[in-house]
Design a protein around this ligand. Sequence first.
Ligand code: DLL
Length: 429
Amino acid sequence: MKGLFFNQKEETLPRAELEQIQNQRLINTVQRAAANNAFFRQFFAEAGVDVKTFRGLEDLTKLPFMKKTTFREQYPDKMCCVPKSEIREMHMSSGTSGTPVMMLYTENDLDQWATCMARCLRMAGVAPHDVFQLTPGLGLFNGGFGCYHGGRKAECFVIPAGPGNTPRQLKLAQDLHTNAILCVVSYGARILEVMQQQNITLPDLKVGIFGAETFPDAMKDRLRKGFGIDVFDIYGMTETGGIGTLGQDCCDHCGIHVWEDHYICEIIDPNTGAPVPDGQEGELVITSLTREAIPVIRYRTSDLTHVISREPCSCGRTHIRLAPITGRVDDMIIIKGVNVFPSQIEHCLLQIPGVHGEYQIFIDEVDGIRKLYIKVETEPQVTGYMVSRQLKESLGFAVDGEVVPLNTLPRTEGKAKRVFYMKNGEIVK
Ligand code: DLL
């Protein structure tokens, strides 16, 4: 065993026990959903699943898939499996289509969320009484409240700073001796930038936890070295209950441990829906085992990853390890027959000395032909030619690169918009 645990016994359960728990909880989840909600009754019936004889893990793949559209169609509460009097909180994320994805929480759901989050904090080395500064928004976005609930559960001194006002953020961290900070990845990079510009140091900071966006190795490196701290990749989504519900990497940084006593992971081929072998990249599918208000059944997350290992980790945890998310199925850019993800482009740009990580990708379709164009902030010594050459070497095809001075591209406090779709030179999305 290595490092800190929130609940050592649950986090190190032998696989056979873990599977027994999953089996029982899966049967309960399916039967409870069908007993308490008309949508789920019809959902199972249409797939020919008889919930009374449902046998758990061995019948898992007989269950139908849920998708983001399922959430949108059943907005706001048509999938709710408890009486309204039991709902204590809600969060939602709005995507491109306009109809948001809504998650509802009972008291037990909030406790489950806080527990998953507290496990992540301990796994990152955050101890009781550490000062924990959270920077995601405290509002409808799940990021801020997840940190708040989890930080309290982990017995931290929580600073609910929220995003923005970076100088005040840094002053708080100095004055209150912040030990751990959690940010959306691009806001973490922004904080580092301001620290470097203003020569600010945070001597008490030891842990940085970042997530909500793809987090390529080169960006991890940049934040690790820049802040001089250990850096962790936290994962979760509104549909599974929020930040931290799906886990994080441990101090050995060998994959994201997903909390398997609360969630079942499957990886499927996004085109056929068939399972792929461990090690092969595919779309992550999640089934919740302990969520009361809105459970997810074989939810197609659109996130791409692969199973690194189901063996116990050197940290002592036995929960499955997934590779960091490469991108979303719908984020894949196909240029000249080659598939590229924005995270690959980011990783490649960060290999160039003098590139700090702010960039924009433009995909312009001119007369039916797609061209990729990249604008990147750099120090003065970097030229557009150097960027184009690096991209050509890594991606295998020519990309136009334009360099702009540092601090010229817009900054966001939440998730950054980096990809722009164009038609004949006009931005359409
Ligand atoms: O982004 C939850 C969160 C907040 C996680 C803060 C970590 C930190 P949503 O807004 O519902 O929830 O977006 C979920 O964001 O399906 C992924 O595509 C992406 N995402 C979340 N964490 C990561 C990560 C929050 N660590 C969607 N790496 C997910 C890559 C991530 N992508």
